[in-house]
Design a protein around this ligand. Structure first.
Ligand code: C2E
Ligand code: MG
Ligand code: MG
Ligand code: MG
Length: 279
């Protein structure tokens, strides 16, 4: 039997890697025209204030309706878009869409919208002027926008490379450090960054789901929350899937939460209906 299993594994190895190669090929071929063919769309997931359970904003998450493979999540194509440079026009499209959707929520007073930025966008010279132009043409205050950047995207950035983020922050745009706690961040690095929020990675939330909760994860969350608050930063937690996680994270002092326990990402119409009373 052991031999059979081994044989099967071996037999499966080749078709698998063939499929991956074809897949990569087809993604690479279709990606360049996807923006013009209007194949991308956004979903929104609410950010919930832990003190009162009210919606505090929404994160925009991009998806691709691929002509052959159907709906693809960002993990399948963002790295490729980053590699080819398409992320720059795609990222601008995401920003425009997100800001214009936010305008239709909550009757004139736009709900805050979070948009993810990838490293290539951060280092693009048009980031600041493009962002200002998008906000101005929609008539949206900078404080209604939060840009999410991962700490790994910033880890090697020098003072000059951080300037655009500081400029945006000075205009009133919120900056969140996404997937916080997963990179090799030097905590002292926090002082160089114009961050207003730490988004604690889902892995910490997962550790709290065990019974009893993983004591190391508890200690980390507690420590990060108190450090963040001492530095004047808010803490958002990702990947909250259960009531027990939500309760623990509220008790640990987290400010905002996001996850399937509250809502899955949804298309703009559904999001507006459930969370934002379209205006
Ligand atoms: P992220 O910014 O950390 O986004 C959170 C991810 O966690 C999303 O995955 C979301 O659907 C998922 N999630 C939310 N709640 C839960 C939960 O309770 N449990 C679990 N297991 N997952 C949950 P998604 O939509 O697949 O996005 C993956 C990543 O792709 C994002 O991670 C972000 O880094 C990137 N991304 C998404 N949209 C954009 C974009 O417009 N531009 C760029 N540059 N990156 C994007
Ligand atoms: Mg994010
Ligand atoms: Mg995240
Ligand atoms: Mg994440």
């Amino acid at each position: 039997r052991a031999k059979d299993a081994g044989g099967n594994r071996y037999a499966l190895a080749d078709p698998d890697s063939d499929a991956r190669a074809i897949d990569r090929h087809s993604l690479t071929n279709h990606l360049p025209g996807a923006l013009e063919r209007d194949e991308f769309f956004l979903e929104y997931q609410p950010l919930i204030r832990m003190s009162d359970g009210q919606v505090d904003g929404a994160e925009a998450l991009v998806r691709w309706k691929h002509p052959v493979h159907g709906r693809l999540g960002p993990d399948r194509f963002i790295p490729l878009a980053e590699h080819t440079g398409l992320i720059v026009p795609l990222g601008r499209w995401v920003l425009e869409q997100a800001v214009s959707h936010a305008c239709t929520w909550a009757g004139g007073q736009p709900l805050r919208v979070n948009v993810n930025l990838s490293p290539r966008q951060l280092h693009h010279p048009d980031l600041v002027p493009d962002t200002i132009a998008v906000l101005e043409s929609a008539g949206v205050a900078p404080s209604s926008l939060c840009l999410e950047v991962t700490e790994s995207a910033l880890i090697s950035a020098d003072e000059d490379e951080l300037k655009p983020l500081w400029q945006l922050a000075e205009l009133g745009v919120d900056i969140a450090l996404d997937d916080f706690g997963t990179g090799y961040s030097n905590l002292a690095n926090l002082r160089r960054l114009p961050a207003t929020t730490l988004k604690l990675d889902r892995s910490f939330t997962q550790g709290l789901q065990r019974h009893p909760a993983d004591p190391v994860d508890l200690t980390f969350v507690e420590g990060i929350v108190s450090l963040a608050h001492a530095l004047g930063l808010a803490v958002t937690v990702e990947g909250v899937e259960t009531e027990s996680q939500a309760d623990q994270l509220r008790q640990l002092g987290c400010d905002t939460a996001q996850g399937w326990y509250y809502a899955r990402p949804a298309p703009p119409g559904e999001f507006a209906r459930d969370w934002a009373r379209a205006g």
